[in-house]
Structure formats: C-alpha cells, structure tokens
Ligand binder design. Structure first.
Ligand code: PLP
Length: 377
C-alpha cells in the first residue's frame, strides 16, 4: 500500500499560518472565545462543564452530543451519529472501512487533499473535475462515464473547498440515482453547510436522502470552533457505523470530554452562532467585491454560493505562486495558491488562489493587500 504523501495545504499552513500577519485564506468562520461560548450556556450546562470528570468518554461520542447533532438532520437520531476528532478523522476512517485494494473510488477535483490521497493509498481512484468554464459545475455524464463495475465510493464536497460551489439540488438527486443504481456509497463532505451568502441554494444532507449516504460535518467551519476537534458522520447504516467505531479504537479512541460539553452548548445555540457568522460572511463579501473591482487587470472574481472561501483567478504577470509568495513575504498576507490544490487525478486550474471571508479582520488584511499592490505597480 503506498504511503500518504505530505498534505500540501497543512504543510503550507505549518509554515505560515501563525507567522503571517494577515491570514486571508482561513476556511473557518470567526471563532468564539471560551468565555463567549460559556456565556451562551444555561446554568446546568455551565455546571456540567465545570464539574466534568476528565476521564475517557464513549467512543461513539457523548449521548447528549449525539442527540444535539441528530437534531440538525431531518431523519437521523443519536444512534445514526458517530463522532470523530475533527472531520479529518472521519474522512480517514470512512475510506479505510469502505474501500479495499480491489475497489475503485471517484472524487471531485480540485479537492481538499485528503479526499483523494487517502483513497489513493488504498485503491484505484478517478477524478472528475468541476468545470471552471461552467461556473464550477459537476457534469453527471462525466461521473457516469467514470463508474466501473468495482466502483464502491463517490466523494463529493458542497459547498466546495476551494471554489464555494454548490451544485443544484437536481444534480445531487441525479447523483444519488446513479449511486443507487450501481450500489455505490456516497460520501458527502458537508463541513461548510449552513454558512454562506446564498442560503436558498443549501442542499439537503445526503444521509437524509440516501440509504448508502454518509454526511460528514464538524464544529470547525460554519460554527467557527475548530479548536474543539469535534466532527461526525451521520448515516442510516448502523452496521457501517459499527465498523467505523471499531477503527476509531485504533485512532483517537474517544473525543475530548471538555470539547464534547462545549460542542453541546454551541449546537444548542446554533441559530445564534450561525446568524452571527453568516452576517460576517455577507459583510465580508461586500468588501471583497469592492477590492476585486478595483483591480480588474489582476483578478477575476466569482462570488461563491456557500461556505467562506472563494477561488479567484489571478490574471496578472508571472505565476500565481510567485504572486502569493511575494505577498506573504513582503506584506505578511497569506493566501493559498492553486499549486496546493494540484491533483494526481487530472488537470486542475493553475492560475487561482483561495481567499477566505469568514473572519472578522478581513478589512485590515485587504488594506495590507491593497498597499502591496500599489507598492508593486
Ligand atoms: C472540505 C474539508 N473537509 C474536511 C476538513 C477537515 O476539517 P477539520 O479540520 O475539522 O478536521 C476541511 C478543513 O479544511 C475541509 O476543508
């Protein structure tokens, strides 16, 4: 079995995330402090947090947490939820439980790297590219053409990292029909769901629609609480959940007990937290539009449908890698160039960069970005 290659995005972040003055490519909404989150708790919830016994917890996740998570779905109850240490562990475990050496998987490109490198370390994988010339749409005919007799899993991610694309509901339903006809599992990374400028485009959660559907979600992105490291998979297939639970015994074993209590508080206040984060996203998108309108000779900007990252095209001189390297080294402004999203499964655009708009300090970062552009004119 081939070993996993370096995770390009995380390697880039290890170098720059806490060094660059302006993190303009974050994929999470503005975090809350512990104090702010605890201020939302009832007296009983605060007491449960402060008097918490710091022992191991249940591998599936605390029962109250799984109940609170299940309430965010239409057709799931606590028994359909398995918690993980972040979304990342969920991607790792689901691929390892579902795929064997002789299987084949299909993933969308460009992608959050784990979506392709984890299955590629197990079996054959095909990539189907979102089309930059057709508003990053997913072509179901291309998915159908990629299906082989041994295709076991299709991995999707909408709202999409890095483009912010959300496919149409009919496309998702068409994909589920295709999966059902061929007996294929559909792994849907929904970590950016509930966040973004176009709530009317929000898709239903795959676990609610399809008996072989897995919905991945996490406290990290829309809720802005990545430090909790609480993620989960929802599926109606309890046998599959059982197998994934057994693999979790080899990894994190259980979640962090304080994080579980804090995630319960956040989920019970989800309307308030999501409203705050969506307001921030909308006001940041106004700033981004103004910024990109100022520099039409350098950038082409398409407003994303969902999430808090977008993928503008760089049309200035030189490569986007040179441009983003100069920007972080000279002005302390961190972006992610498209080289980070290079895929082993096919051509992906090479003239893009990822920009984030979920954080509170965007105006400051854009001012430094603007100054850099003027200085280098
Ligand atoms: C699409 C996608 N899935 C999963 C993850 C992993 O999330 P976490 O950091 O909560 O494990 C990320 C993080 O950037 C992501 O963008």
């Amino acid at each position: 079995m081939p070993s996993l290659p370096d995770f390009k995005l995380e390697t880039h972040f290890s170098r720059w995330e806490f060094k660059a003055r302006h993190h303009l490519t974050a994929s999470d909404a503005q975090s809350l402090s512990l104090k702010e989150l605890l201020a939302m708790a009832t007296e009983a919830e605060r007491g449960a947090f402060e008097n918490l016994w710091l022992g191991y917890t249940e591998t599936h996740g605390a029962p109250e947490l799984r109940e609170a998570i299940a309430e965010t779905y239409q057709r799931q109850s606590a028994k359909n939820i398995l918690c993980f240490a972040g979304a990342e562990e969920g991607i790792y475990i689901a691929n390892h439980v579902l795929l064997e050496k002789t299987d084949h998987a299909i993933v969308v490109t460009p992608n959050y790297q784990a979506a392709e490198t984890i299955p590629l370390a197990i079996c054959d994988v095909s990539g189907v590219g979102l089309d930059p010339d057709n508003d990053w749409d997913l072509d179901l005919d291309r998915i159908a053409a990629a299906i082989r007799p041994n295709t076991k899993l299709i991995h999707i991610n909408f709202p999409h990292n890095p483009t912010g694309k959300i496919i149409a509901r009919e496309t998702l339903e068409g994909l589920i029909d295709l999966c059902r006809r061929h007996g294929i599992w559909l792994f849907s990374d929904e970590v950016y769901r509930s966040l973004g400028p176009k709530p009317e485009r929000q898709l239903p959660q795959v676990a609610d629609l399809y008996e072989r559907g897995l919905s991945l979600n996490v406290m990290s992105k829309a809720y802005g609480l990545p430090g909790l490291r609480i993620g989960w998979i929802a599926t109606t297939d309890e046998r599959l959940l059982g197998k994934m639970e057994r693999m979790k015994h080899y990894l994190s074993i259980c979640n962090s007990a304080p994080s579980e209590r804090l995630a319960i508080i956040a989920l019970r206040n989800r309307e308030q937290i999501l409203a705050r984060n969506n307001m921030l996203v909308r006001s940041n998108l106004v700033l981004l539009k103004e910024f990109f309108d100022e520099f039409p000779a350098l950038f082409e900007w398409r407003e994303p449908d969902g999430g808090c990252v977008g993928y503008p095209r760089y049309v200035g001189e030189g490569s986007v890698d040179e441009f983003t390297t100069d920007l972080v080294e000279q002005a302390g402004v961190l972006l992610l160039p498209s080289g980070i999203y290079k895929s082993d499964l096919g051509q992906v655009p090479t003239d893009r960069f990822r920009i984030g708009f979920g954080r509170a300090n965007l105006a400051e970062g854009l001012a430094a970005f603007r100054n850099h552009l003027f200085r280098n004119q």
